[in-house]
Ligand binder design. Structure first.
Ligand SMILES: O=C(O)COP(=O)(O)O
Ligand SMILES: [Mg+2]
Length: 221
């Protein structure tokens, strides 16, 4: 086992950019929502840098880029509804599990470590995506960006999963691809581990000073 796991009894994983490369489906839904409004597509490379603060912020960034100005609130609400509808129709069609994810989850569970999922994605999409990869049963608890009053980088969702599993934060590890994951983990009193292959607004996640970094989650086990 990776040394960062010493005395760790709960591992909370981020979803987008950590377990799954979901940008192809996110970008398709963003572009379809923009097309409904007569706006030009933004494409995967841009969307990649906009993921991580939930779907409303994603759509706000896309609209701002498409219109070259701050989005009007009513238009943003329409665009967001469009995004949710399009994404809901195909949340995993082109989404891929990153290498090492299945082995890591299986290996940790086999060693009696509790697993949780804490994403800023709307919670309605969590189960369909995990089910598409046969991973739904792996997690004791899954929280989305709309599950509680606040989302990452606020520590509340992490403190919630630790409390629900009755494990002190000092025995918990947050694994994620973005500064929001590392900041939330640190603020919650969790140990933090970063993966460099995901989405972090175009800058290296190591700038957030995680306690550790792995190139693949397979290194955990
Ligand atoms: O911003 C999102 O919708 C997804 O973010 P996540 O990286 O927390 O899963
Ligand atoms: Mg992420």
């Amino acid at each position: 086992m990776h040394p960062i796991l010493n005395d760790i009894r709960l591992v909370a994983f981020d979803l987008d950019g950590t377990l799954v490369d979901s940008v192809p489906d996110l970008a398709a839904a963003v572009d379809a929502a923009l097309a409904d409004l007569g706006l030009a597509p933004r494409g995967e490379p841009r969307v990649r840098d906009w993921v991580g603060n939930g779907s409303l912020r994603l759509m706000a960034r896309a609209l701002e880029s498409a219109q070259d100005r701050e989005p009007d609130e009513a238009l943003l609400a329409r665009a967001h509804q469009g995004f949710l509808a399009h994404y809901g129709r195909a949340p995993s069609a082109r989404t891929r599990l990153y290498p090492g994810v299945r082995e890591a989850l299986e290996g940790l569970q086999a060693r009696g470590v509790n697993l949780a999922l804490v994403t800023n994605k709307p919670s309605a999409f969590i189960a369909p995506i995990l089910e598409a990869f046969g991973l739904h049963g792996r997690f004791a608890l899954c929280l989305g960006g709309d599950s509680l009053a606040s989302k990452k980088p606020d520590p509340a969702p992490l403190l919630h999963v630790a409390a629900q599993c009755d494990i002190p934060p000092s025995a918990c590890l947050m694994v994620g691809d973005s500064r929001h994951d590392i900041e939330a983990g640190r603020a919650a009193g969790f140990r933090t581990l970063a993966v460099p292959y995901g989405y972090n607004h175009g800058v290296p996640v190591t700038l957030s000073h995680p306690d550790g970094t792995v190139e693949s989650l397979a290194e955990l086990v």
